[in-house]
Design a protein around this ligand. Structure first.
Ligand code: ATP
Length: 227
């Protein structure tokens, strides 16, 4: 990669929720750029809007005002179908709980999203096997999630998030369900995958020690991002 490219840009993004008569201004004009190969922590008190920001960046929710760009493409004004296509092609998600398909093997969990993105089964299977080897699960490709440990499940979830070579990975407490040692291993793997693939990653976490090991820490407070 020659130089870092902007993978996520938020410009003056605002979001208000209404609860009864109350207006909750969750995001108040957020400006943010994330670059390829960059790992950024998103921290802030519970209820500060971290998940809301991830949902907006992931095109799962629309802001009330402001602009979202994914890899240079502005998404305002696009139809739902086009937004969905960008989400599938350009964005990988990781959650606190793995959200893998329980009836499918680790391998199939990586093949299915590729086929949804239009790839042929044979190519999808080859790439899935290669990536499962890379994340240390070469011996477990036929296991269903229920037969994998929590750390192994998250390794599959990380692999799934990047299998379609996205521009951006969004993670919400990806190690929140793991013991400290396993959390460390999964975090190291996430770092390796981000640095190796040039994807940009935004990771919401309450774990300040992990946040301190990322390239940047973004603090969400009173609807603003600091840092
Ligand atoms: N669909 C919704 N309708 C109304 N209020 C909402 C909605 N979604 C979130 N909220 C409110 O917006 C605020 C921010 O929520 P959000 O889940 O983004 O916070 P968070 O920083 O991710 O919290 P946590 O660290 O606890 O996961 C909360 O007060 C929440 O109750």
């Amino acid at each position: 990669m020659s130089r870092a490219e902007v993978r996520l840009r938020l410009v003056e993004v605002s979001k208000v929720y209404s609860q009864g008569d109350q207006r909750l201004e969750i995001l108040k004009g957020i400006n943010l750029s994330l670059y390829s190969g960059e790992l950024a922590a998103l921290v802030g008190p519970s209820g500060s809007g971290k998940s809301t920001l991830l949902h907006i960046a992931g095109l799962l929710e629309t802001p009330d005002s402001g602009e979202v760009e994914i890899a240079g493409q502005a998404v305002a004004g696009l139809r739902d179908r086009e937004r969905t296509a960008i989400r599938r092609r350009r964005i990988g998600f990781v959650y606190q709980y793995h959200h893998l398909l329980p009836e499918f093997s680790a391998l199939e969990n990586l093949v299915v999203p590729q086929m949804i993105a239009g790839r042929k089964r044979r190519e999808a299977t080859n790439d899935a096997k290669e990536l499962l080897h890379l994340v240390g699960l070469g011996e477990r490709i036929e296991h269903r999630p229920g037969r994998l440990s929590g750390g192994e499940q998250q390794r599959v979830a990380l692999a799934r998030a990047i299998i379609n070579r996205p521009s951006l990975v969004l993670a919400d407490e990806p190690t929140g369900n793991l013991d400290p040692e396993t959390a460390d291993e999964v975090f190291d793997l996430l770092t390796k995958l981000v640095k190796g693939s040039g994807v940009a990653a935004l990771i919401a976490t309450h774990n300040l020690e992990l946040a301190g090991r990322m390239d940047r820490t973004l603090q969400l407070r009173d609807g603003q991002v600091f840092g």
